[in-house]
Design a protein around this ligand. Structure first.
Ligand code: ADP
Ligand code: MG
Length: 399
């Protein structure tokens, strides 16, 4: 196993409370596997991976619990020197905006040579030859002369190609790409994704591809974890997830993106409501307030991630990975297709009487002991009839 994450729990201490950013996330990755991590903005995708790399914003962010085994080494308590050595050489990262990772005052040559020499004992001349090869490999014309350019002299798509070249320079075993194409035009996006897929497949590099866009992971990954409010709520192989989504949130995501296989007149249905405020300790299923399938139990008990088909052994990796969901009342196949419950007379359970959720027009679950119920900014957009998904607060850039 290349990467094995167990019960990863990340908190941020902020002046107005503790942010429950990642809540007991577990997943595995074999060498060469490609995994998509999907969910709306704010669902904990970036924080999960920053925790894996031990790059959480300090001092607010910390790993409260859990282990991150990378080739048997627990990264949650590895010495900082090992982490520095590991980053770039064994695990590389690409972010949405290459300008934040590239140094604007250094040429591409200086940055590439420096990266290569930081981890490999080679002369500057050899590192330069390697840099030229790498730029050529990612499709940059006249690489020798482009090496002398500064980042701002490249277009957004070309900068992301440079980042891919730098990320792959040291042949890492794992590449974490966090919204790598979100800032790019759609046509450029496709080219960059194609490049990323081809180069990592050729090298057998394992990939974690983070995106808020299910369309991006469709052709790029073997498996997908769907995240919501800091939890993995559905885990399946990519074909299985698209063919048989079983969590109401995934069903909602699939109905809110254009499908290539659907007619152009297919209506896109945004998921109503907004994600919960992560400053409140989770009670019940975090998706319950937005869920059309919720039952009484969903308001009070948070379901664990369990196999859709009970019994048998659970596989966490590979093309035979077990389809798992965290849901008390999963949609049937017909309901998933329709995007709504079809059982006669079924109504989503109202918040329990006397609970804080019952007092307002639409408030989010509040932890016991957290008496203060704030008026929610999201209350208005949570009302039926308005769009929750594309325009909800905090969705936007996807970072
Ligand atoms: P995603 O990548 O899925 O869009 P993130 O992982 O960036 O989401 O964020 C998860 C949660 O952690 C969000 O509620 C976000 O507000 C919170 N968070 C991220 N960084 C910080 C920080 N530096 N301080 C406080 N909260 C943070
Ligand atoms: Mg993010």
């Amino acid at each position: 196993m290349l990467l094995s994450v167990r019960d990863l729990t990340v908190r941020f201490r902020t002046h107005d409370g503790t942010v429950h950013a990642v809540n007991g996330v577990s997943f595995d990755l074999e060498e060469g596997e490609t995994l998509g991590l999907v969910g709306e903005s704010g669902s904990g995708k970036s924080v999960t991976n920053l925790a894996v790399m031990r790059l959480l914003p300090q001092p607010a962010g910390h790993i409260e619990r859990g282990t991150v085994l990378f080739e048997e080494l627990d990264l949650t308590n590895a010495p900082e020197a090992s982490m520095r050595d590991l980053r770039g050489r064994e695990i590389a990262m690409i972010f949405q905006d290459p300008m934040t990772s590239l140094n604007p005052v250094l040429t591409i040559e200086e940055q590439m040579v420096e990266t290569i020499q930081a981890h490999r004992r080679v002369t500057a001349a050899d590192a330069r030859v390697r840099a030229i090869q790498l730029l050529g490999m990612v499709g940059i014309a006249e690489p020798a002369s482009r090496l002398r350019n500064y980042p701002h002299q490249f277009s957004g798509g070309m900068r992301q190609r440079v980042m891919i070249a730098i990320a792959l320079a040291l042949e890492p075993k794992l590449l974490i790409a966090d919204e790598p194409t979100t800032a790019l035009d759609v046509t450029i996006q496709a080219q960059v994704l194609e490049l990323l897929q081809r180069l990592t497949a050729e090298r057998g590099t394992a990939v974690i591809l983070i995106t808020h866009d299910l369309g991006v992971v469709a052709g790029m990954t073997g498996r997908i974890n769907v995240m919501y409010a800091g939890y993995i709520v559905e885990a399946a192989t990519t074909p299985e997830l698209f063919a048989k989504p079983r969590h109401p949130y995934t069903v909602g995501l699939l109905h809110s993106i254009p499908r290539l296989d659907a007619g152009s007149d297919e209506a896109l249905i945004p998921i109503e409501g907004v994600p919960p405020d992560l400053r409140l300790a989770p009670v019940g299923c975090p998706f319950a307030p937005r869920c059309a399938w919720r039952t009484v139990q969903c308001w009070t008990e948070n379901p664990a991630l369990n196999p859709v088909e009970p019994g048998g052994s659970v596989r966490t990796t590979g093309p035979e990975a077990t389809h798992r969901i965290a849901c008390w009342n999963p949609p049937t196949a017909d309901e998933a297709t329709a995007g709504a419950p079809l059982r006669p007379g079924f109504e989503p359970a109202p918040p329990p009487a006397g609970s804080p959720q019952a007092t307002g027009p639409y408030v989010l679950p509040v932890a016991p002991g957290n008496a203060e119920v704030r008026s929610e900014e999201g209350a208005e957009s949570a009302m039926p009839g308005s769009h929750g998904f594309p325009e909800s607060p905090g969705s936007g850039s996807g970072r």
